[in-house]
Design a protein around this ligand. Structure first.
Ligand SMILES: NC(=O)c1ccc[n+]([C@@H]2O[C@H](COP(=O)([O-])OP(=O)(O)OC[C@H]3O[C@@H](n4cnc5c(N)ncnc54)[C@H](O)[C@@H]3O)[C@@H](O)[C@H]2O)c1
Length: 346
């Protein structure tokens, strides 16, 4: 069964990734595209062979055959658009961060629930084959109990005029809310653990817009492990490796290049013996890495197919509003602790 889709917001992510991904999905049919800037909608209509292009969301919602909408507009538009879609009875796949604040995300989620529509969130990196392999390895116990985790996402994001993402009122946050939130989500997903405490330091070093251009979060996970996320808008793309690492009592996982919009990257999994004694020499020794064989696909295709299966009732929503709210709360806790300056030294 093909789910009929409407797309709200035909900018960067929709045109660059999600619509190409949707074209490869085995259960999706694109019906309408909408953008406040009509040429963007027209361009996507032609490019992806949609039936309709609009510059008003009501026109999309008025089409009966549309079952699901994908909301990829700027964050400040999400609440009004998600609620309008819920009023129209459409199931909603919405981009991260869901709202300008976690409270707004909660409001959107509660509204969708009250209207009986499904809501899924665009943390598509969960569908990366290596991230799924990492989750399996961790849950199999091969690296023991998780004691530490670290994830990093960076880009080079210079000041631009009229850029909603660089304006706190329109985006809800900078490097940490825009990109760090993916890292928090991946740590929660791969470890299966919740974040119970978070603190952060962030600010502007290179770029002077109203959102932070860099920041770091330190988190306590629900099993007591301490985990770290760093997010930067001020590291040149070619200089970044976007690493993700997990350490357990029996081994570790190192990956780079997997936190990305395209499946790829490298992974190394090291498992050591059980019951090691103390070694004063701290001999790192040589461990043969575990072989990890995966087939790369398209994370956006998998995201659309997965939400389509939820719409048709074949499967539950894979990435829920609760997931998105939990990760957004972590970033907010980091902002709050940064604002408190409780741990300032100089
Ligand atoms: N999951 C991912 O891989 C990923 C990557 C990038 C962005 N995102 C998220 O996707 C969303 C959009 O980000 P982007 O980078 O594509 O932004 P963008 O600025 O490139 O595109 C946004 C588009 O929305 C349009 N728009 C503005 N107001 C609108 C309105 N009221 N109704 C409909 N369209 C409107 C703009 O004209 C523009 O074409 C954000 O939530 C962002 O965080 C997700």
């Amino acid at each position: 069964m093909k789910i009929k889709w409407g797309v709200i917001g035909c900018g960067g992510i929709a045109d660059r990734r999600t619509l190409p991904g949707m074209m490869l999905a085995d259960n999706a049919e694109l019906v309408a595209v909408m953008d406040a800037y009509m040429p963007a909608a027209e361009k996507c209509k032609e490019k992806y062979n949609a039936k309709y292009a609009f510059d008003k969301m009501e026109d999309v919602l008025a089409i009966d055959e549309i079952q699901a909408v994908y909301i990829a507009s700027p964050v400040f538009c999400h609440k009004e658009q998600a609620m309008a879609a819920a009023d129209a009875g459409k199931d909603i796949l919405i981009e991260k961060p869901v709202g300008l604040t976690a409270a707004e995300a909660e409001e959107i989620a509660a509204y969708c629930e009250s209207k009986g529509v499904k809501m899924g969130v665009g943390f598509m990196m969960r569908f990366h084959s290596y991230h799924q392999a990492m989750k399996e390895i961790v849950s199999s116990g091969k690296i023991g109990e998780i004691v530490s985790a670290r994830a990093q996402l960076t880009c080079w994001y210079p000041e631009m005029e009229n850029c909603w993402r660089q304006d706190m009122k329109l985006s809800g946050g900078g490097a940490m809310m825009d990109m760090g939130v993916h890292c928090v989500d991946l740590i929660r997903y791969i470890t299966g653990l919740e974040v119970v405490e978070a603190a952060g330091i962030c600010g502007n070093q290179v770029f002077k817009y109203s959102v932070e251009d860099a920041g770091g979060v330190i988190m306590r996970l629900s099993n007591g492990a301490v985990a770290y996320v760093d997010a930067n808008f001020n590291i040149p793309d070619a200089a970044a490796k976007c690493k993700i690492e997990f350490y357990g009592t029996k081994g570790s996982i190192f990956a780079q290049g997997t936190i990305s919009q395209v499946e790829g990257g490298e992974i190394e999994v090291l498992c050591t013996d059980d019951g090691l004694g103390y070694d004063a020499n701290q001999d790192r020794g040589e461990v043969t890495p575990l072989e990890v064989n995966v087939e790369f696909g398209n994370m956006y295709t998998k995201e659309i197919e997965s939400f389509g299966r939820a719409v048709s009732g074949e499967a539950p929503v894979a990435i829920t509003a609760a997931d998105a709210i939990a990760s957004q709360k972590v970033i907010e806790a980091a902002y709050a602790s940064n604002a408190n300056k409780k741990y300032e030294i100089l």
